[in-house]
Ligand binder design. Structure first.
Ligand code: HEM
Length: 493
């Protein structure tokens, strides 16, 4: 089994603490507190047309250049709760990076996701991640989106999912048994599970057998990581050697890799996602072009990766902090035993479903979703001019005391009969989004998470690094535990 070296560990911790970000620069806590106490001068986004009966959206700019980045990147949903209480569901936040109307609460989420008059487009995502995930499914709109989604749906049928589970299980069992370090409080769950989900992706998405094509897989994985990180760049234009520029270079590596590899997979059989996308067709026989497959693969790998990693990390922390829930999950896993997994077996892990939901509620991997108004429209009676970005925040809905009993408490039973708290509003719980763009990989993600957790619980008891340990999150992008989330793995046998 691998070990953790002290110099490597110390270097990693130094990097985490001293790389300057809005969360690590000394004194930022005091700055955040002052910013949150301030009453910013309010202005009108755009006057509602006379006689329309609509209200005018009010907003503010926050700090020059930074807008409200300090409060959002440090406070996440807690800051948005403050905005919701102070200004209500619709408020405008100007910032040079992403000026947007903040649409808060379940009614606003419902209005935007259901998108009855097709007033809201996915173009809101373009300035955030557009150049790196060009023409991925989430970036497409309306009829064109539906056309692509119908073809892609064929890659997510139950039969296809069974094929992916087999691959996921093989990699997860191998890595957890051989690479993860027991009895060591320096073991960091977040980077370890991130590496595992990347290993899984090279088999499930690209079709490389575990351990094979090592140099190529390493190169592609590195390019993939660089592309994914580029959306969080502060300098948001292509200037070498900065993040945005590096992201575009890395995207080119991925394009070349997938273009080459798909030539081979077009005429091959296989149950990996790339081969499947080469052959899927909708009911009318429509198929993807080579360019479509390259664009979809790059987006799919990104969409699947950090989201599952984040959920597994939250689950490990909560199961370590709540041993009674850990035991309940393990009892179910023990009943399944160590045989090969399939979808039917995974469906029996019902307590794990509750824990997944509760973890997604407490730390929502994609806490907000971005849209753009394609024409003058209204949202909850407010006038929204064409071209306005609109950010909806399911991650805030997940914390509202009017929807959830004691929302700060880890309490998976809230998702079970008779409480069913998630049914108190149609959009009380929306970690996978909603409407036409609702996550197409939801079941895939749940199966991957259950497979990894089942294998882990069969082998180890999860413990906190010390009693009362509480992680701190960086909310710039997807929420990430700043210390890497130490978890102690105690072997069961
Ligand atoms: C816990 C895991 C996951 C979470 C929390 C999650 C969350 C989301 C959310 C919130 C959206 C909607 C974005 C929007 O409305 O703009 C979305 C869309 C999407 N997700 Fe996931 N996702 C997860 C796993 C996956 C996986 C495993 C895959 C692929 C295998 C995937 C592929 C996609 C795709 C392709 C879209 C775009 C769908 C469309 O636009 O029609 N996701 N996801």
């Amino acid at each position: 089994m691998a070990t953790i070296s002290t110099p490597h560990y110390l270097l990693d911790q130094a990097r985490r603490r001293f790389t300057p970000t809005l969360n690590t620069i000394p004194g930022m806590g005091a700055v955040e507190k002052r910013l949150r106490e301030r009453d910013w001068p309010q202005f009108e986004l755009a006057q509602a047309p006379v006689g329309s009966g609509l209200k005018t959206v009010m907003g503010d700019s926050g700090l020059p250049l930074l807008g409200h980045m300090v409060e959002t990147f440090r406070g996440g949903p807690e800051y948005l709760l403050q905005v919701y209480r102070k200004y209500g569901p619709i408020h405008y936040a100007y910032s040079p990076a992403l000026p947007a109307v903040t649409a808060l609460g379940p009614d606003a989420t419902q209005a935007v996701f259901s998108n009855k008059n097709k007033d809201f487009s996915q173009k809101g995502w373009h300035p955030v991640i557009g150049p790196f995930f060009n023409r991925g499914l989430m970036m497409l709109d309306f009829d064109e989106h539906m056309y692509h989604r119908r073809i892609m749906q064929e890659a997510f049928t139950r039969t296809r999912l069974s094929g992916y589970v087999e691959h996921i299980d093989r990699v997860a069992s191998l890595v957890i048994a051989n690479d993860w370090v027991a009895n060591d409080p320096r073991f960091l769950f977040h980077p370890a599970v991130k590496e595992l989900t990347l290993d899984i992706a090279s088999v499930v998405f690209m079709g490389h057998e575990p351990g094979s094509d090592h140099d190529l897989v390493t190169k592609v994985n590195a390019a993939f990581t660089t592309t994914t990180r580029a959306g969080g760049a502060i300098i948001r234009t292509s200037v070498p050697p900065f993040k945005w520029w590096r992201g575009l270079q890395a995207r080119k590596v991925l394009e070349d890799y997938f273009s080459e590899r798909l030539k081979e997979r077009r005429n091959a059989e296989g149950t990996d996602m790339l081969t499947v996308l080469c052959h899927t067709a909708d009911d009318d026989g429509n198929t993807f072009t080579d360019d479509d497959i390259v664009n979809h693969m790059i987006f799919l790998m990104m969409a699947a990766h950090d989201t599952s990693t984040s959920t597994l990390t939250t689950m490990a922390n909560q199961l370590a902090a709540n041993p009674e829930w850990q035991e309940r999950c393990r009892d179910e896993s023990d009943r399944l035993g160590d045989g090969p997994l399939d979808i039917e077996a995974l469906e029996k892990l019902e307590t794990l479903d509750l824990v997944i939901n509760e973890s997604l509620r407490m730390v929502t991997p994609l806490p907000f979703n971005v849209r753009q108004a394609v024409r003058d429209t209204e949202l909850l009676g407010f006038f929204i001019p064409a071209g306005t970005n609109v950010n909806v925040w399911p991650g805030l809905n997940h914390r509202l005391p009017e929807l959830w009993t004691d929302p700060e408490k880890f309490d998976p039973a809230r998702f079970a009969e008779p409480r069913n708290e998630h049914k108190r509003h149609r959009y009380a719980f929306a970690p996978f989004g909603g409407g036409a763009h609702k996550c197409i990989g939801m079941v895939f993600g749940q199966l991957e998470i259950k497979t990894v957790m089942h294998r882990l619980l069969r082998k180890y008891r999860l413990e906190l690094p010390h009693p009362g340990y509480q992680p701190r999150y960086d909310y710039a992008g997807m929420p990430v535990p700043m210390d890497g989330m130490p978890i102690v793995l105690r072997p069961l046998h």
